[in-house]
Design a binder for this molecule. Sequence first.
Ligand code: PHE
Length: 612
Amino acid sequence: MAEEAILGHLEKNVEISDSGDFASQSGIDHNEIVNVIKSLHGFRLVDAQDIKREKWVLTDEGKLYAAAGSPEVQLFLAVPPEGISREELQRKVDPSVYKIGCSQAIKNKWLEIGKQQVSRKVQQVEDTAKDLLTRIQNEEALSQADIDALKRRKLIALQTWKGYSVRKGPNYAPKRKKVATDLTRENLQRGDWKELEFKEYNFNAKGQSAEGGHLHPLLKVRRQLQMIFLQMGFEEMPTNNFVESSFWNFDALFQPQQHPARDSHDTFFLQAPSTTKMLPEDYVERVKHVHEHGGYGSRGYGYDWKREEANKNLLRTHTTAVSSRMLYLLAQVEKFLRFIRGDVYELKPFAPKKYYSIDRVFRNEAVDRTHLAEFHQIEGLVCDRGLTLGDLIGVLQDFFSRLGMSQLRFKPAYNPYTEPSMEIFSYHEGLKKWVEIGNSGMFRPEMLLPMGLPEDVRVIAWGLSLERPTMILYGVDNIRDLFGHKVDLGLIKRNPICRLGIEQLTGLDWLLGCAPIGLFDNWVLYLFARRSDHTAFGGPLGRDLGKGLKCFLVEMRDILGRKISTSPSTGAGFSCMKCRIGLVPVQTSTRLPLHSKEFLNRRQPPPTTKIR
Ligand code: PHE
């Protein structure tokens, strides 16, 4: 109806000068007229020019006084010519009428308000406020002084009205033709494509979001953990072999062959190929010896060590199998160097190493809410001369506080390959209890010395699962909802970025606990975003600001929706649909919660000379 009315009007007239007038003349709702104009404009059937009008309208309070009279007049009329006691007057009128009425009536010199008694100072009053408000309602013009007075009393407010003036456009027709949007097979067969009119391409339209390329929460958490290890100077170990021999998975780790973990109830053994082909023979001999008879100050286990047992292939049950291979390799490099330098050349001293791995392991376990037969392990180890349990505790404190867990406790435990061993517990603020988060220890000399590492070299190590922190961070309580064939693909397509440690830390603790931190003297350049619900997230940027910002925006696109405008709106900041993103240099010695006013006011232009 609105479309016919507009196109029909333009057929006989040059223009619709005001869509508002047009709406009231034709009796159609103005919103509907506006929508149709927008659509017709899009197809260039009409040209439309914006019209903006501002007008004063009454606030709720203004409407009240326009109907019932101003409070000052209401109050005045409540005072009889002979006067009235304050108490009684207060009883007669509404508290707000009394309060506002008093101040206005005193200002107008209408009433004398004594301690006890209220009396009239004049015999008659005029309700100017009510008159003015009625005139505003009738859209009459008022003097600026009157407008100001009403505005000050918050009785009127400015309202903007938006409409259009409309003329014929280049594609004008009295009736809109339906245009084809697609050339179909049927069009080609019938041959009617020759007559069809096609819709023009809109090259400015937003594209559909890409279907692929989403990261699984496990991968996001893994990425954050990798970042943490890299920041701490760890190198990644090669973990690309799910199939391992019992030798590297158990024997090299001084795990006796009768150990229950080596049972097929706990471990998946391979049928084909069922055994490994190659093991370093001299090392195998030393491992056999240490199992059977000990050595290096140990008594060993005193049993018949069987090569067939060590040869059995399995799906690795822990990533410590990778660590044992790496340490062996390290010892061989060391031995080789000792060999070539002989006693004369002290060429290269033992090089300390920090290694980590994050990859999949397999256990023949019953599947339940928290267990699957395959999961991921995170493992870290430090190899250096003279390390102690104190070093292990220190490294663990550092590592876990970067994950947002700064309250740790340790409990003595047992692993065949570490002594001493400690289970790691962290206080969980949400669950209000101590939860076990990992296992750790110092590798035994029975493991390290047969490899050929120097005698004073100690290795501290720890391991944890990737699934557990991911489930906590993403609020998944059944592991089968996170991993495996029952997982909802929506979870993978729509899950937030992972910033480890955000929950537990606030303010600068949080800033400093995040991704790589560019420290410029004691300034951190920090990229932050705050959503309207005050959840904040972000990460400090490296030196390459432009690139960092771009990556960050791309990363956030998923949670914020696609509309991120990259036009600078607030200094160095960017704003997008639902949040504000800004570059914040923060002085690291200050400690303010991120959401506090003081923190946000502290924003200053980045020290540009330092940042390239
Ligand atoms: N391999 C241990 C596990 O599977 C973890 C661990 C790694 C313990 C390194 C101590 C040292 O639980």
